[in-house]
Design a protein around this ligand. Structure first.
Ligand SMILES: [Zn+2]
Length: 351
């Protein structure tokens, strides 16, 4: 965390960004080198039998977005290539099939993949669904009930928008000494740094941070109200996904970070979202994906209510595959964040 006067956070941020770029550069170098000598492909083909889940958010051009660009997983063209790779190397299943498979209690002897989407952005319907249909693949779409049929701008998109609009200014995080320079040259990286700190904060709820930003950047906030647009699917589109053979899962009611909520609040988010989706879409839900899904974003209380609600599968967003599954409510997923599929292969093979 950054502290002190304006000069300190600048230096800290600079050090952080240097480390960030170094790690990204090192990864890029390794991916490039291993791709060139065929190392990634070799390992990829030899991955063991098990459960592999690949999680997407938005599909499309990140650079065109006025909101959170880091939420884009890949372009539409890249998504098609990913599907070809996945189809050629895995048996693609949904969570109902996964539950059946695990209930048999036998050793997994194939490589199974689940393709999942979090949040229910409209591009999941317009860009991803046609390709999934074309390649006859199924996917699981985790929807946030408050977002469906609404003009909600979720907190990460609003935070990114406000910070980008306020480029060139400083942001002091709530009542803390953490100060960030919103450098227009590196604004996407600065936004991601702030976003990570917000998600990890145990002192402030997301809503408090959003309120704080609205107060500190009132002009940007007013502009956002004029630019509001429907970012998410409506109920009809969600129903169409389901009728096209896709599975619908819960991503809670309001996408708050579960570990920052009381037990009662978690119960409502987890149980009511299932009831609402089942009622509105006339279907039975089998699985939930915890919002944000990093290990610090959910806890034992979340798992308790997921079981109590009647889900059979719970996904996080921690990278890793399962050669056998010990905990059905703590399944890992690889987060797709690059057009080049070799990055995903690298993650599967080496992390
Ligand atoms: Zn999400």
């Amino acid at each position: 965390m950054t502290t002190g006067t304006l000069s300190y956070p600048n230096q800290h941020l600079k050090n952080y960004l240097n480390r960030f770029f170094m790690s990204v550069k090192l990864r890029q170098y390794l991916v490039k080198t291993l791709s060139a000598i065929g190392g990634i492909n070799y390992r990829w083909k030899k991955l063991p039998a098990g459960i592999y889940a690949f999680n997407y958010h938005r599909i499309g051009k990140a650079k065109d977005s006025i909101f959170d660009r880091a939420i884009f997983s890949c372009s539409t063209a890249a998504f098609e290539q990913h599907l070809q790779e996945i189809k050629a190397n895995f048996i693609v299943i949904n969570t109902f099939q996964l539950t059946e498979l695990l209930a048999q209690g036998e050793k997994l002897n194939e490589r199974y993949a689940l393709i999942t989407f979090d949040d229910g952005y409209i591009d999941n319907y317009t860009a991803a669904l046609p390709l999934l249909k074309q390649y006859q693949l199924t996917a699981v779409f985790y929807l946030v009930t408050d977002f469906i049929n609404s003009k909600t701008i979720p907190w990460w998109d609003e935070i990114a928008y406000l910070l980008r609009q306020a480029g060139g200014k400083y942001y002091q995080f709530c009542q803390t000494n953490n100060i960030y320079f919103l450098d227009p040259k590196n604004i996407d990286q600065v936004i991601q740094k702030i976003m990570t700190d917000i998600k990890r904060s145990s002192h402030y709820k997301i809503e408090q941070v959003v309120d704080d930003l609205r107060q500190k950047f009132p002009q940007a906030s007013a502009k956002l109200q004029q630019e509001k647009q429907a970012l998410f699917m409506n109920w009809q589109q969600a129903k169409e996904l389901q009728l096209s053979g896709m599975e619908i899962g819960s991503h809670t009611i309001s996408h708050q970070i579960l570990s920052q909520l009381t037990a009662q609040e978690q119960a409502v988010e987890i149980i009511k979202s299932k009831q609402l989706l089942e009622e509105k879409l006339d279907c039975s839900l089998n699985s939930i994906a915890y919002p944000v899904g990093r290990y610090y974003c959910y806890n034992q209380t979340s798992l308790h209510y997921a079981k109590k609600a009647g889900y059979k599968i719970g996904f996080n967003n921690e990278p890793g595959y399962h050669q056998h599954v010990d905990d059905y409510f703590n399944l890992n997923r690889y987060c797709v964040s690059h057009d080049n599929f070799n990055y995903l292969k690298f993650d599967c093979c080496f992390t």
